[in-house]
Design a binder for this molecule. Structure first.
Ligand code: ADP
Ligand code: ASP
Ligand code: MG
Length: 241
């Protein structure tokens, strides 16, 4: 059984949270699953990097912005791999390009065009936990790209599709998808299940819990997504057809 598990920025914001996430990943591995982990940049890193850019340039070029922004996820994967290694697990971290994620050349909003799974499959055959940087890829010309804000969700679904994973879990700081943002509306109700189309409608209404392209990709490839909490172990919301 191959499981893809994605953890967002608040889930890996500091050392304690990385340890908590590493435990979730390790438990999945201990159950006998092959595990591919996709990570976002820690906490507000991506916003902080953007602030650094505008300190130096009123209009930073899109190419250099992507060189800068891709560093955030690279920090997360290295730290997670170190943590798992220290816990005694076989693990390897991969940037987007190392993981074979090829995109178009629209810097800052690139689409994933192809995933060359050779390297991923090689490590999985060695029963290593593979930790991949979300939100990034590389063009056919070797340029670094990012997938648009929130794009790590899309990395997770793209890898699940390319690897024909059995499960795709998106862990975040809420315990599922609600009728409205549960942080703003206390009366919001959690969905046990939601269809791709209803999820897309919710996103169009401003729910940024999932990247829209991740849901479109999931719909296209029939990938079931489970949205669940990094902080509480309980069932989340299933997004399916
Ligand atoms: P991550 O960093 O894990 O990708 P995001 O901030 O992108 O997390 O998405 C999770 C956030 O989405 C939650 O903290 C929540 O405030 C917000 N959100 C907005 N609308 C919804 C909704 N309908 N259901 C659940 N969460 C929602
Ligand atoms: N780090 C990127 C962002 O903040 C991608 C992601 O978190 O999914 O938008
Ligand atoms: Mg997100």
């Amino acid at each position: 059984m191959l499981t893809v598990q994605k953890f967002g920025g608040s889930s890996v914001a500091d050392a304690e949270r990385i340890r908590r996430v590493a435990r979730i990943v390790a438990d999945t591995y201990d159950r006998g699953d092959d595990v591919v982990v996709v990570l976002s940049a820690q906490g507000d890193t991506t916003d902080e990097l953007l602030e650094k850019a505008v300190e130096l340039s009123a209009a930073p070029g899109a190419r250099e912005l992507d060189v800068l922004l891709t560093t955030g996820e690279q920090v997360s994967i290295a730290l997670m791999a170190m943590c798992l290694e220290q816990m005694g697990y076989p693990v390897v971290s991969l940037t987007g390009w190392q993981a074979g994620i090829e995109t178009g050349d629209t810097f800052g909003d690139a689409r994933i065009q192809r995933v060359d799974t050779e390297r991923l499959l090689r490590y999985l055959r060695q029963h290593r936990i593979v930790v991949v940087a979300g939100y990034q890829g590389i063009t056919a010309d070797g340029e670094l790209t990012t997938l648009g804000r929130g794009g790590s969700d899309t990395t997770a679904v793209a890898l699940a599709a390319a690897l024909k994973a059995d499960r795709c879990q998106i862990f975040t700081d809420v315990d599922g998808v609600y009728t409205a943002d549960p942080r703003k509306f206390s009366h919001a109700v959690k969905y046990e299940e939601i269809t791709y189309d209803n999820m897309l409608a919710l996103i169009a209404d401003g729910a940024q819990v999932l990247h829209d392209r991740c849901v479109l990709l999931a719909k296209q490839y029939g990938i079931e997504i489970e949205v669940l909490s990094s902080f509480e172990r309980k069932p989340g919301t299933i997004v399916r057809g």
